[in-house]
Design a binder for this molecule. Structure first.
Ligand SMILES: [Zn+2]
Length: 161
């Protein structure tokens, strides 16, 4: 076994002239649906077919009723910014500053929270309560598999003042 497998891509450059690679998640049976559904434009969250509860991170049982009748199901991808920080320090070459790290809650169930980046807007415009919608950054990991990382951008059709 390769001891490095838990982190598929530690952010090492692929070669001269290549764009820097961001660290990518390891794909496991539990996380694979979440990190690959975005390749077809869907955000999926583990959903209980007995009580309808959404559980995230993905679990083999419902976090509300303990049912094992759970499966990844698409959600709207709409969310609300709950907390954020604007990073001004170049911690990693794949993330040129300034960039926004945020916690967003899904409109379907506000205790489902994702740590993500807010993109396609001026970082100074990000605020708590801001309505955002998912989009995906597609990367290829060291195993040659595509991973779609959920990011969020302002939801343009929603007036938010
Ligand atoms: Zn349940």
């Amino acid at each position: 076994m390769d001891e490095r497998r838990p982190i598929v891509n530690a952010g090492t450059p692929a070669g001269a002239g290549s764009p820097p690679l961001r660290p990518l998640p390891a794909l496991t049976p539990e996380t694979r649906p979440f990190f690959t559904a975005g390749l077809s434009g869907e955000l999926v969250i583990t959903t209980c077919s007995d009580c309808g509860h959404l559980s995230h991170p993905p679990l083999p049982v419902c976090s509300s009723c303990s049912s094992r009748a759970v499966a990844p199901r698409p959600v709207s991808g709409r969310a609300r910014v709950e907390a954020f920080t604007i990073n001004h320090y170049p911690w990693h070459p794949a993330f040129p500053p300034p960039y926004v790290v945020a916690i967003v809650s899904l409109v379907e169930q506000d205790d489902v929270r994702l740590t993500t980046n807010i993109v396609d807007c001026d970082p100074a415009a990000v605020h708590i309560g801001m309505r955002v919608a998912v989009r995906f950054a597609v990367e290829t990991d060291d195993a040659g598999e595509q991973v779609a990382l959920p990011e969020f951008a302002p939801a343009p059709e929603v007036t938010d003042v």
